[in-house]
Design a protein around this ligand. Structure first.
Ligand SMILES: NC(=O)c1ccc[n+]([C@@H]2O[C@H](COP(=O)([O-])OP(=O)(O)OC[C@H]3O[C@@H](n4cnc5c(N)ncnc54)[C@H](O)[C@@H]3O)[C@@H](O)[C@H]2O)c1
Length: 384
């Protein structure tokens, strides 16, 4: 079988997501598996690492036996052997670099959020469409085993009519004083593109849209619970961005979703994100890996009586949904779909238009929180 190289500029590869999930767990994992089989032979990703620090890029390249790296994005994009630009930089650096990639005529795949504002995200979608480029935005949560099992239940009609979705996302992010923070400090500075609304609402938009129906309205309350944190250099700084968001969404089809997202919450759950879905015929609780169900026929009949201790072991009354499948790393699975989309025009709909809808929902949630009111979500028409 013939092997065809496909050059991919990876910008932001020294970061958490760029290095671990996209380079190591996706593109290098595809190479370790012998490349990606396609209709016209095997596709071989050829990373061109791009970033600000020569020393860091050289070190990563050497660690993984790679030879192509540069601190000059323009030069990397000008290479004729490069077909795809990938961006996992800090969010505030993304728009400018994507505009450069569109001008260079490269297909584009990017981390979310697509841009810092809905206007910018929509414009990027329009420019890329006008230039005939293929685009993609990371929507990794759709590929989590727990959520794939949840989707399977929905497709199989398990729930009957879906009434409500309740999501809990979050964990305690250390302030950085007596224990180092486990997230980068720019996440907590508004001026640097931080904030949990812009970080998480784009995820909730595609998740709700694909599983339950598009978001028709949003009402959000947000907070900056911790107002001082300590950065990577040990310096104290003012945390100006929102670190918790409590949002209610009305969905097409009539279900209501409530999702709490917080970096200031201690976990008393089985997983870092969990969604409870209640339907007329049954309910499910899905997380990253697990999905548990309770059918209507197995539903207990609790009676409210605070004078008696609870005698019903509620948690044990749910059944685990079997995998019945092999679930690969979600980032890798989406990379494979995007590479097939570029190489053989395979189906793919997690594009810039979808990414722009995610940014628009985040922006409306911020506005809803500022103005203290519920906002309708207008339709967003972006040509493909
Ligand atoms: N899909 C997901 O689940 C997920 C999870 C976390 C983050 N993200 C997204 O991935 C992107 C990167 O997040 P991360 O957590 O990897 O961040 P990070 O801080 O670990 O990495 C940021 C990268 O951007 C580069 N960079 C360029 N300009 C910079 C600047 N001015 N200041 C600081 N760094 C700069 C850094 O060198 C580094 O390579 C963000 O857009 C974020 O929203 C996605």
């Amino acid at each position: 079988m013939t092997r065809r190289s496909i050059g991919i500029v990876l910008n932001g590869v020294t970061g958490r997501m760029g290095y671990r999930q996209h380079l190591v767990r996706s593109l290098l994992a595809i190479r370790e598996a012998g490349g990606l089989p396609t209709r016209d032979g095997t596709l071989w990703p050829e990373p061109v690492l791009v970033g600000r620090s020569e020393a860091k890029l050289a070190e990563i390249a050497a660690r993984h036996g790679l030879t192509e790296w540069s601190t000059d994005l323009g030069a990397a994009l000008a290479r004729p052997d490069v077909s795809i630009y990938f961006d996992s930089q800090v969010t505030s650096g993304r728009e400018k670099a994507i505009r450069q990639a569109i001008e260079a005529g490269k297909h584009i795949y990017t981390e979310k959020p697509l841009a810092e504002t809905a206007v910018a995200a929509t414009e990027l979608a329009e420019l890329a469409a006008a230039a005939g480029l293929k685009t993609g935005v990371v929507q990794d949560k759709l590929f989590l085993p727990g959520l794939r099992k949840l989707k399977r239940l929905i497709d199989g009609g398990f729930f009957g009519r879906i009434l409500s979705v309740r999501g809990e996302f979050g964990y305690w992010v250390f302030e950085g004083d007596w224990q180092p923070a486990q997230r980068p400090s720019w996440n907590y500075r508004a001026a640097d593109g931080g904030g949990i609304v812009m970080d998480m609402l784009p995820h909730w938009n595609y998740l709700l849209e694909e599983l339950f129906g598009g978001v028709r309205s949003v009402q959000c309350t947000m907070a900056t619970h911790i107002d001082t944190r300590v950065d990577e250099q040990g310096e104290s700084y003012a945390a100006t961005a929102d670190d918790a968001a409590y949002a209610v969404f009305e969905l097409a089809g009539g279900a209501v979703a409530q999702i709490n997202s917080s970096w200031c919450v201690r976990v008393y759950r089985d997983e870092l994100v969990e969604f409870q879905v209640d339907g007329t015929e049954g309910s499910a609780v899905a997380g990253l890996r697990h999905c548990r169900v309770q059918h209507r026929s197995m539903t207990p009949k609790p009676v409210w009586n605070p004078d008696l201790p609870n005698s019903v072991p509620f948690r044990t009354q749910w059944a685990e949904v079997p995998d019945n499948d092999e679930f690969d790393n979600g980032f890798k699975a989406q990379w494979e779909a995007f590479l097939r989309h570029v190489a053989e025009d395979g189906p793919y709909h997690w594009d810039f238009a979808s990414g722009a809808r995610g940014v628009r929902l985040a922006e409306l949630a911020l506005q809803s929180a500022r103005e203290g009111r519920r906002l309708e979500v207008p339709r967003l028409e972006v040509p493909r």
